[in-house]
Design a protein around this ligand. Structure first.
Ligand code: PRX
Length: 599
């Protein structure tokens, strides 16, 4: 079905920052965008100066920076001035623990004030912050803490007990555990300290560390098809891209009330739930609770949210609840709605118009890109189903792939581009740009493999229409996208294989009307075990306990002869094609087992 183009919506109150895409794009330079920020003396750059201190210096310290809505309705606000003070205290706590430039501080917490203070306080100190999603189980927590050599962890007593205590012996680099809301329990935790007491005793006035634009700031683990999670390293200089996209894509103006619903455990929640909006001096709403239809509409209304950045899964859930649930709420102040993280169906774009009088603006980016790369802009027409066009300063192209899904190269080693409109290729971006990851932590070869020449290969397949709009086709590899979260099948398979009954496992994503995809695992049993419903439930429970609800398979099926390549790798692509009843594609590498007989 072809969807009608949605013309630019009227913008009666606030004129968008970006009205004429082509002109702004043509006149844009990253150097000029750097000039929108202060910088530090001697040419340095620190995210916290741009996000917090400079607003205080400019006399806007009394403005609310973060407004926390607690699960039990207990609200707390932090003004920019208070945030400067609290983050200085946190930085001083780190100094007292001997944590300095480049050391890694991890966070494992819900969306509570201490998490935000810890993120910004760590950056203020010049140390590197690595968020962990609070719905991770002990296994993803262990792996990331180990790979990142975390020296400090900020968490709550309850999360510590459930997710860290079981793996504490396996993370010897971890020296200090700062417990939020956890005075009495701290003595029972190795390295445990009561964060509130430390903050109260710390100095409130320290300056931001004199970092350079190339100093590491954030470490975000993301998942690939094989092997361990990849630690994407981001630098302080990324703030230039955060700020620019906050202005041009999210259209943040100084007086906005902004709600980014993403959790800081993932890149959207740090880049656009913390850094980008604060650089614009706006008020950010942070809701501790999970999605609840009526609560969300109430928040939009009562907080007088003007710009809302959310996810397709959330929007689909709201849509399913019915447009009548919006009625009775005055949402007239909501000026701009955008989403990210997974394909945004055109139905949802159009539903936004019906429900809120505003279409939803799709934006595309990845953990690796650090900031929004392709977007629909307020004030510019929308082609429902399209991710939009590259942000100013970003060049995007499609690279042709060979039969093995490898990028095609020209004789001099460069990429072969798809030039015809509406032809599929691998979405690629020309490096560098300020928020591009600078490394996969300790894995230079893996990093190098992500490039052909200066072109970064995203792993996504897309098409571009004749006018330059990009259309998402799908992932070019086996990673799974569930409710906007990227899940590595290898991580799921490895965890399942730790169960004594499991000989082999293959994990795939199967379509789900709400979450986009959910994880399904196929398991071959060891000889002593029999497939049964009981064992299936046991394995589902085992996966959930180890991996946590964000990663664990929703369903498990038994299959003794998992399809494999001749080199012994499980062919997830084939598992998926068979599960979905799709063409099986090229089977020339299939191992000559009973499966091979089907060739
Ligand atoms: O496959 C694309 C999908 O999410 C992947 C990146 O996931 P992650 O690193 O977890 O970052 C998510 C938030 C920035 C991409 O490679 N993706 C992201 N945005 C979209 C999308 N797929 C379709 N449409 C989008 N707008």
């Amino acid at each position: 079905m072809a969807w009608a183009v949605i013309p630019p919506e009227p913008q009666p109150v606030v004129a968008p920052h970006l009205t004429d895409y082509s002109t702004i794009r043509a006149g844009f330079s990253w150097d000029a965008a750097r000039g929108w920020l202060d910088g530090l003396p001697d040419g340095g750059l620190n995210i916290v100066h741009e996000a917090v201190d400079r607003h205080v210096a400019q006399g806007r310290g009394a403005r609310v920076a973060l407004r926390f809505l607690g699960e039990g309705g207990v609200d707390r606000e932090l003004t920019y001035a208070e945030l400067a003070e609290q983050t200085a205290r946190f930085a001083d706590v780190l100094a007292g623990l001997g944590i300095g430039r480049g050391d890694r501080v991890f966070g494992l917490m819900g969306r509570l004030p201490d998490l935000y203070v810890a993120i910004l306080g760590t950056l203020r100190r010049g140390a590197v912050f690595c968020p962990l999603f609070s719905a991770f189980g002990p296994e993803p927590v262990r792996q990331r803490l180990q790979l990142g050599h975390g020296r400090v962890l900020v968490t709550t007593p309850s999360l510590y007990r459930r997710k860290v205590a079981p793996i504490r012996d396996e993370v010897p680099d971890l020296e200090a555990v700062l417990l939020s809301g956890g005075g009495p329990g701290a003595a029972d935790v190795p390295g445990g300290r009561d964060l509130a007491a430390l903050l109260a005793a710390a100095s409130p006035g320290g300056a931001v560390a004199a970092t350079t634009a190339e100093d590491p700031a954030l470490l975000h683990f993301t998942s690939g098809t094989t092997g361990r999670p990849k630690g994407a390293v981001h630098v302080h200089g990324a703030v230039v891209a955060h700020h620019m996209t906050a202005r041009y894509v999210l259209d943040l103006h100084d007086d906005d009330v902004f709600w980014c619903t993403a959790d800081p455990g993932w890149v959207t929640g740090t880049s656009y739930g913390v850094v980008a909006p604060l650089t614009c001096g706006v008020t950010c709403v942070v809701d501790e609770a999970e999605l609840d239809v009526d609560r969300w509409y109430r928040i939009l209304e009562e907080q007088r949210v003007t710009v809302w950045y959310t996810a397709p899964t959330a929007l689909r859930m709201l849509m399913k609840a019915g447009v009548e649930r919006v009625a009775g709420h005055d949402l007239s102040h909501v000026r701009h709605i955008a989403s990210v993280g997974e394909p945004l169906n055109p139905e949802v774009v159009v539903w936004g118009q019906e429900a809120f009088g505003r279409p939803v603006h799709d934006t595309w980016w990845q953990t690796e890109t650090g900031a929004i790369m392709i977007a629909n802009y307020p004030g510019v027409e929308i082609r429902p189903g399209s991710m939009g066009r590259p942000v100013p300063g970003i060049e995007a192209a499609l690279v042709a792939r060979d039969a093995d899904a490898k990028p095609l190269r020209t004789p001099d080693g460069g990429p072969v581009f798809v030039t015809d409109p509406d032809v599929e290729g691998e979405l690629s971006l020309r490096a560098p740009w300020p928020s591009m990851m600078r490394a996969y932590l300790d894995e230079p070869e893996r990093y190098a493999k992500a490039f052909v020449g200066e072109w970064y290969l995203t792993g996504d397949l897309a098409r571009r229409d004749a006018d330059g709009w990009f259309w998402f086709v799908g992932r070019g590899d086996d990673v799974i996208k569930s409710a906007g979260h990227l899940i590595g099948p290898f991580e799921v398979e490895s965890a399942l294989m730790e169960h004594p009954a499991v000989a082999e496992a293959g994990a795939i994503g199967v379509p789900d009307p709400m979450a986009g995809e959910v994880v399904k695992a196929f398991v071959a049993l060891r000889p002593a075990y029999q497939a049964s419903d009981e064992l299936r439930l046991e394995l589902i429970g085992f996966g959930r306990k180890r991996l946590g609800p964000a990663v664990a398979p929703r369903d498990i099926a038994f299959q003794q002869d998992l399809p494999k390549t001749r080199s012994g790798k499980i062919m997830r692509r084939l598992l998926k094609a068979r599960e979905l009843g799709l063409p099986e594609g090229d089977l020339s590498t299939l191992e000559g087992t009973s499966e091979g007989a089907r060739q």
